[in-house]
Design a protein around this ligand. Structure first.
Ligand SMILES: Nc1ncnc2c1ncn2[C@@H]1O[C@H](COP(=O)(O)OP(=O)(O)OP(=O)(O)O)[C@@H](O)[C@H]1O
Length: 224
């Protein structure tokens, strides 16, 4: 479902984001991507989301080739993904439930369906009681959970979370990692980048990818 063959990403200023990445991730995987700051973790997620394009090599995600020319294919692909960005991208002046609903506005669902799914997503992340709160009145961890609710409410085939443990204490970081992992199932893949290697060790059946200086240095599957 995700296949990268010799994929490199060189930014316009010449910086190497990724070099010669080869990767195969099957449907229903739980994947942790680790590596030092600046190693290429976000670059890899951006490629998977079609926010950047390979400078060379071939990348396929959910059967869609990641190519700049295929704008409509990439837009359709994004509707099958639930991204959780580092900076959350929540809209101030709107409530938690409105933010989740806004994440679904381009999908082919009715208003009532969108509202229902948004509320059940907030329930799933334990934030039903804050559904009507403005996002600026929520704590950092709560905002993070709204961002996760927005990602999962779309019923995506692929959830991508960039450094979801960023500014959280250990207890909350573990909760968020477990919450994200709970959305993995046979037909849904979850990919998480994190610096917090000590919090993700030894997860049965998980795939671990370590990136260093734009290359995959180590890839292993923890036995189920
Ligand atoms: N738009 C861009 N233009 C030029 N260089 C970039 C751009 N985005 C990222 N880079 C560079 O590409 C390299 C990989 O960056 P990336 O953001 O993928 O790293 P990362 O592993 O996610 O880092 P962090 O853990 O700090 O978030 C870095 O050297 C970074 O400075």
């Amino acid at each position: 479902m995700i296949e990268a063959k010799d994929v490199s990403l060189i930014y316009s200023d010449g910086t190497i984001g990724l070099k010669n990445v080869n990767l195969e991730i099957i449907k229903g995987s739980m994947v942790y991507i680790t590596g030092p700051s600046g190693s290429g973790k976000t670059s890899l997620l951006k490629l998977l989301m079609g926010m950047e394009f390979p400078t060379s090599g071939v990348l396929n995600v959910l059967g869609q080739a990641i190519k700049k020319e295929d704008t409509s294919g990439i837009l359709k692909l994004r509707q099958r993904m639930g991204p959780v960005f580092q900076e959350f991208k929540l809209i101030k002046g709107r409530t938690a439930v409105e933010n989740v609903m806004l994440g679904m506005r381009f999908l082919n669902f009715t208003y009532n369906q969108i509202k229902e799914d948004s509320i059940s997503a907030l329930k799933e992340v334990g934030l039903f009681h804050k559904a009507q709160s403005l996002v600026e009145n929520l704590s950092y961890g709560e905002c993070q959970r709204v961002a996760i609710a927005r990602a999962v409410a779309r019923r995506p085939e692929l959830i991508l979370a960039d450094e979801p443990t960023g500014n959280l204490d250990t207890d909350n970081a573990v909760k968020i990692l477990n919450l994200l992992a709970s959305f993995k199932n046979d037909s849904r893949t979850v990919i998480i980048t994190t610096h917090a290697t000590h919090l993700i060790e030894g997860k049965k059946g998980a795939m671990y990818i370590r990136i260093s200086e734009g290359s995959i240095h180590c890839e292993r599957l923890e036995e189920a």
